[in-house]
Write a protein that binds this ligand. Structure first.
Ligand SMILES: C[S@@+](CC[C@H](N)C(=O)[O-])C[C@H]1O[C@@H](n2cnc3c(N)ncnc32)[C@H](O)[C@@H]1O
Length: 450
């Protein structure tokens, strides 16, 4: 049966209310009434010391007597908390005859109203009813709600109250005011719960995500992930979140950047905690910048959690130092996708810095041509790494002038990272001491999103 009770919040300020009984339960009810600033008459021959201690409060009057009908006249509310069933029944009957709301504690059949499980915090007060069936469950449910109250709710209520006073003259109709406050409530409560986190997943090994990133994943309600992200991170960390593959390799779906941007915003507007999970670091060839610009234009606050970019993490776990005092004074990160003359190949070739090239595997021949034509020695070392930091990692090392012969014999699968520079040789020197698979062997990458 549905709950037909009418939930109302009664203003009992300085109104006369009656409590019959002087034990612990009566004491609890007196305290609840005191919070409403009611004027309380307590009728009981005997009262416990806690009740007696309340009598220096001038909201309270003690009548040391047994219950009589004359005491309930002109009362706004009656609470019966005696140990006598006969007296309780009489109170219920008399109150009903006089049409005064009555509650005989713990006897739902002798109540014309119930107390709910109340939460009170500043201006906010709410009460949970189980239709008089289970006060204990009502309290549990109340506690669940309490956990979801944003910390500054009372401040917001206070602010709304002030605005409401001033707005009456400016917005004349009830509907205009309603619409205005609904918009305002959206802004305030979104900023408290809805969230966008742009998160870097790291280069492939799921354990290379940061602790901050891991926590963000755990708390996400929806995860929008790219194809170059470990399956473990997407599927095993947070079992409750909704997950959408928005990556280029997402099969039949084709998510343009614009669609992804709009999806983030629409999920945020649904008051969701959105995690945008990207391979490596979001800001290294990851379009993180475009997403942040779009969010900012839409007045959405977001957090960025960096990830280890493949161009840093992959050489590092192989013992290839991108900088080294004996070989190079710096490093250049480059895209190998859509390369052309607009890139300053002369400066790149002559820079003598380590080159880390993303998305360049399919253009490797053109890249090498550009470099050699612009003065890079054909003897310069090169390393190509397939699916770095996963158990499908594969490394091919050579010289840029002759690497093509090796690549004809041995095909790699993307993603592939290319490193060019003398530091690559260090890998050949130290590889027998490397134990790099130990950190990833526990994960099954067979079905990762590569
Ligand atoms: C669109 S970019 C994204 C880069 C990413 N934001 C990052 O910081 O690593 C994709 C390119 O990164 C490189 N890449 C990413 N993960 C890789 C991996 N595990 N092994 C080799 N290359 C990888 C490849 O060059 C790939 O084509």
């Amino acid at each position: 049966m549905s709950n037909q009770l009418l939930p109302i919040f009664l203003n009992l300020n300085n109104q006369h209310c009656l409590v019959i009984g002087g034990g612990q339960i009566a004491y609890q009810k007196i305290n609840q009434l005191l919070e409403s600033n009611a004027k309380i008459t307590v009728v009981s021959k005997k009262c416990n010391t806690e009740i007696l201690n309340l009598f220096n409060n001038n909201q309270l009057l003690l009548v040391s007597d047994v219950y009589k009908v004359k005491y309930i006249k002109n009362m706004k509310l009656i609470i019966g908390a005696t140990s006598s069933q006969k007296v309780n029944q009489q109170i219920f009957k008399d109150s009903n005859q006089l049409n005064i709301p009555v509650n005989i504690v713990d006897q739902p059949e002798l109540c014309s109203f119930y107390f709910g499980a109340v939460h009170s915090e500043g201006n906010l007060k709410f009460s949970v009813s189980t239709n008089g069936k289970s006060p204990i469950l009502a309290k549990r449910i109340r506690d669940l709600f309490v956990k979801s109250i944003p910390p500054n709710t009372d401040e917001i209520i206070e602010k709304f109250g002030e605005i409401r006073k001033n707005i009456q003259t400016k917005l004349s109709t009830y509907f205009e005011r309603k619409q205005f406050f609904e918009k305002l409530a959206n802004i305030h409560f979104h900023s408290n719960k809805a969230k966008v986190t742009i998160l870097g997943a790291g280069p492939g090994d799921p354990e290379l995500i940061s602790i901050k990133g891991f926590n963000a994943l755990m708390n996400a309600e929806i995860i929008l992930y790219d194809s170059l992200v470990s399956k473990v991170l997407v599927e095993k960390i947070n079992l409750n979140a909704e997950k959408i593959n928005v990556g280029k390799r997402a099969g039949k779906h084709n998510f343009s950047q614009d669609t992804i941007n709009k999806l983030i915003v629409s999920q945020f507007n649904k008051n969701k905690n959105v995690v945008r999970l990207k391979g490596g670091d979001p800001f290294i060839f990851g379009r993180g910048g475009e997403e942040c610009e779009y969010l900012s234009k839409n007045n959405i606050k977001f957090e960025i959690i960096p990830g280890i970019s493949s161009g840093i993490g992959i050489p590092s776990q192989l013992g290839i130092p991108l900088t080294h005092r004996n070989y190079t004074k710096g490093v250049i990160f480059l895209t190998g996708h859509e390369i052309d003359n607009s890139m300053n190949w002369e400066a790149i070739s002559k820079s003598n810095m380590t080159l880390v090239i993303y998305m360049g595997y399919n253009n490797i021949n053109s890249i090498i041509d550009y470099l050699i034509k612009n003065g890079k020695s054909s003897k310069t070392s090169i390393g190509l790494i397939q699916k770095g930091t996963t158990k499908d990692q594969k490394i091919i090392i050579g010289r840029i002038g002759t690497i093509n012969n090796k690549l004809k014999k041995e095909k790699l699968r993307t993603p592939v990272l290319i490193i060019i520079g003398e530091v690559v040789n260090i890998y050949s020197q130290i590889k027998n001491s490397l134990n790099y698979y130990s950190m990833i062997q526990n994960y099954d990458h067979e079905n990762s999103y590569y």
